[in-house]
Design a binder for this molecule. Sequence first.
Ligand code: FUL
Length: 487
Amino acid sequence: MKGECTEKNLPMVWLWLLLILATIEFATSRTTPPPLPIPPLPTWSQLKWQRRELVMFHHFGVNTFTDSEWGTGHENPSVFNPTALNAGQWVDLAVDAGFSLVILTAKHHDGFCLWPSEYTDHSVERSPWRGGKGDVVGELAAAAKDRGVDLGLYISPWDRHDKRYGQETQYNEYYLGQLQELLNRYGSVSEIWFDGAKGSNAPNMTYYFGSWFSMVKELQSAINIFSDAGPDVRWVGDEMGYADSTCWSTINRTSLRIGDGSIVSYLNTGDPRGTDWLPAECDVSIRKGWFWHKSQSPKSLSQLLDIYYNSVGRNCVLLLNVPPNTSGLISDTDVTRLREFRKAIDVIFSSNLAQGSVIKVSSQRGGKKSNFGPKNVVDGDHVWTYWAPEEQKDGSHWIEFGWNGKEIRFNVVRIQEAIGLGQRIQRHEIYVDGDRVAANTTTVGYKRLHRLGRVFHARSVRIKIVQSRGLPLISSVGLHFDPFWHN
Ligand code: FUL
């Protein structure tokens, strides 16, 4: 009978069965796609900024020559006379120390402009330096471009020199004019810095931040705007270079106001329920002051490393100020210290004991053959490849490193999240040979560094994700030995 399974047509039945099985196998062996992102997400420019980790700040201007931090605005431009200014030396140092972006105080609160502005005569044009033909912004822009380093600018809204300050429309026009000059004249600018400082003589002076920011984006679409309230990078809330141990890149921008002192602790921690991606930048000076003073010297290596662990190691970018001196160069003491700093970071982080380990995980999204396996955490990519677990009822996930019974010596754990898909981890713990060595630890974000209480000789290290917004996605793990860390 037709369609009946007889001995005669048995080979055909087998053939059909095989074909069906092959089709099923083909369908299910297609790659499991990435999980859905959990917004808010970083923009391309924010992600690029975050991966820099280190940004250099240069405070330079009339204050350098008058030995002050806040100029009065009455300085005579003739005081500005660096004897050997060489922006190439500044940028060479940035390159050697691993900084890919340098930000200059084009204008500080004293109002003196380091570029020849058409809108004021209170600038380098009136100084004896280079016979009044000099342009510090231009020289830095050229030196940075030559060396493949990006440029950023700080233009203080508070201007203690200009007569228009306090007259709302006139001053805002003046400020906008200067923004246009700077952002049109010097090529690509990657970051611009705004603070909310105001003069006590004009407490009601309103800065038109909305118009300024729109103008900035119109002229430089890939730029990151820094301020207390973003829109792209937020202030961390202190000037010590320390973030809170809980640090979200997310926050509610509607709760932020530029220059409002009451929000500093909110800025310090961010907000897991925040609707805006606004990562924090930690600004601090290598010396006590922002400007160079003969009487001051650079911080010690261990202070700089503390700052590094508490900024870069807490999901932030470190903006380290290195002020040029009266000759227009970075002092030898600071150069030496920064080279030591770079060398120490390389010594600590260039070898990763997690590499070459046997890695076990609680589960793997899409099964063993998927793209989300644990090897992704040691492949050198810190964003786009990651270990992803399966959804789990009790919500806890873990990843464990072992060395076939051998011991490794370490005292630092590095964990990085795949932030391109959102910041997720809320609570995590670390176990060494089954003992919990880090408890109640919270956020991870782009990079979290834990200096442990002592040096461990470990056969196994487990990171447990106790709580997260959706699935935790870990892009990188490092187990390191820091010989400089003695607590
Ligand atoms: C503050 C200024 O008042 C300081 O002088 C310094 O420039 C610091 C980075 O920002 O707002």
